[in-house]
Design a protein around this ligand. Structure first.
Ligand SMILES: Cc1cc2nc3c(=O)[nH]c(=O)nc-3n(C[C@H](O)[C@H](O)[C@H](O)COP(=O)(O)OP(=O)(O)OC[C@H]3O[C@@H](n4cnc5c(N)ncnc54)[C@H](O)[C@@H]3O)c2cc1C
Ligand code: HEM
Length: 406
């Protein structure tokens, strides 16, 4: 909770801080990486730094947290922090690192707002920072404890057991522990971080959803190669490296699984809507449902460029086939050349962009969305029109969370 002396100061200065958060976060990262270049090479995603996505996500989170604090000074708004804590845990962030981040973030606030930052204003924003930091530290400590590890000790070597090309741009990798023990448990929908050493020596980390159910001796991830579209947009560093170099028998540095988009227990109806590579958490959820509650009603929606580019297309149809009360609705930008396998024929296939307005969706449905932001925005809007409560619509973004700022 925010102290009585800080609450009015934060309320009065929030508009000025909020309006400058873009510049503040830019300066924050610049100064932190000047002091610690190793963090940019070995911990932070340098593409998200180059394209500004991480700055925007940080600014959005600080603004949402401070606004909620000002509106309800007696409560700590933990709701906005769950996704961040899970991401941090998958990277092995430790409490001591919050001191460095706090110093540079508050230093950037002072640099941007100048004389407006009196000692009282600085103290009030220091309090906001530490409320946020301590909430994250506590959540991360709980996540580490639940995973049975010391703070930050999430990384281990795993061997690639098998590599399969799933579509022209997508490959899956089955991973197993090098000591032969079963892989750690996880919840369907969770992801792991993977760290690779790139040709310039930087060790870059990216997240990949586990694309098969828990309970196997192995994990599976499915990676889409991010291709360069023009001179201004380079090819993705880690996905291209994995496609070019990762082969069965090699070792990858992989974190324990984390993530807060997970399938709820119970028997209520579900709707899983994905586009492109956003299919990966859905595969894990469906695979899990086929084992633990095959009678659950599930509406599965998937949008892709074409049947040939739809990774795990037959596997998706087979999983839906194992759930007697599930239906599969596919949208392809072009259906040309669709092979006629019997599994795929059971699906409702349409051409064009996904449009669920004509589907029957009961109001007690819980929905999970994963795909590009415009796809998820459109599906979410349609679901709310169908009468779903906003609280029943959950989503996963394959990048920093820009839902609030875009
Ligand atoms: C929770 C979560 C789960 C995920 N699950 C999956 C999954 O199951 N499968 C999967 O394939 N991916 C998944 N992702 C995405 C994955 O983590 C990576 O983001 C993805 O593989 C791209 O990484 P990359 O290193 O290849 O590309 P990056 O090098 O990170 O580049 C990303 C994009 O930024 C662009 N870019 C880079 N530098 C610049 C620049 N200077 N200016 C402008 N644009 C630039 C690139 O062209 C590219 O389009 C997930 C992400 C999250 C957060
Ligand atoms: C109160 C303090 C902090 C806040 C508010 C914060 C906020 C955030 C946010 C909003 C994200 C993006 C999450 C997403 O949507 O994917 C993120 C990711 C991240 N954070 Fe933090 N963070 C804090 C502290 C730290 C600390 C102490 C470190 C360690 C040095 C750290 C390292 C990272 C890294 C490496 C990422 C992933 C970056 C990327 O993938 O581009 N953060 N953080």
């Amino acid at each position: 909770m925010l102290s009585t002396q800080s609450a009015p100061i934060v309320r009065a200065t929030l508009p000025a801080v909020g309006a400058s958060l873009g510049t503040i976060t830019e300066l924050f990262y610049r100064h932190m990486f000047e002091e610690r270049p190793d963090l940019l090479r070995g911990l932070f995603n340098r593409a998200n730094q180059a394209n500004g996505a991480q700055r925007e996500a940080l600014a959005g989170a600080v603004a949402a947290f401070a606004t909620a604090l000002v509106e309800h000074p007696d409560k700590r708004p933990d709701a906005v922090l769950g996704r961040i804590a899970n991401k941090h845990a998958s990277l092995g962030i430790t409490p001591d690192q919050y001191v460095l981040v706090g110093r540079h973030l508050l230093g950037a606030v002072k640099e941007v707002l100048g004389d407006a930052v009196t000692p009282a204003v600085a103290a009030a924003w220091d309090e906001v920072y530490w409320l946020m930091a301590n909430a994250l530290i506590a959540m991360e400590a709980r996540l580490y404890a639940e995973a049975g590890v010391e703070n930050g000790v999430v990384w281990h070597d795993m061997e690639i057991d098998e590599r399969t090309e799933e579509s022209p741009d997508t490959a899956s990798f089955v991973l197993r522990r090098r000591d032969g023990l079963p892989t750690e448990p996880f919840l369907p929908g969770q992801y792991v971080s993977v760290q690779v050493e790139l040709p310039d020596g930087a060790q870059q980390i990216r997240q990949y959803s586990l694309s098969a159910a828990p309970g196997h001796k192995t994990w599976r991830i499915t990676v889409k190669r991010e291709r360069s579209t023009d001179d201004l947009v380079p090819e993705g560093e880690v996905s291209s490296w994995l496609h070019a170099h990762a082969r069965a028998g090699q070792t990858l540095k992989v974190s324990l699984p984390f993530g807060d988009l997970v399938l709820p227990d119970g028997d209520g109806p579900l709707l899983l809507a994905s586009a492109g590579i956003g299919i990966t958490p859905m595969l894990s959820m469906l695979d899990h449902l086929a084992t633990v509650s095959p009678d659950r009603p599930v509406t599965v929606i998937h949008a892709d460029r074409s049947p040939a580019q739809h990774a795990h297309r037959l596997e998706l149809a087979e999983l839906v086939h194992q759930l007697p009360r599930a239906s599969l609705h596919l949208w392809y930008e072009t259906v040309a050349g669709a092979p006629g396998e019997p599994e795929a024929q059971a699906a409702h296939v349409r051409e064009g962009r996904a449009d669920i307005t004509g589907l029957t969706v009961s109001q007690d449905t819980t929905a999970f969305l994963c795909g590009p932001l415009p796809f998820m925005r459109a599906v979410r809007g349609d679901l709310l029109t169908h009468g779903l409560s906003p609280a029943a619509v959950h989503y996963e973004l394959f990048g920093p969370d820009l839902w609030l700022s875009k």
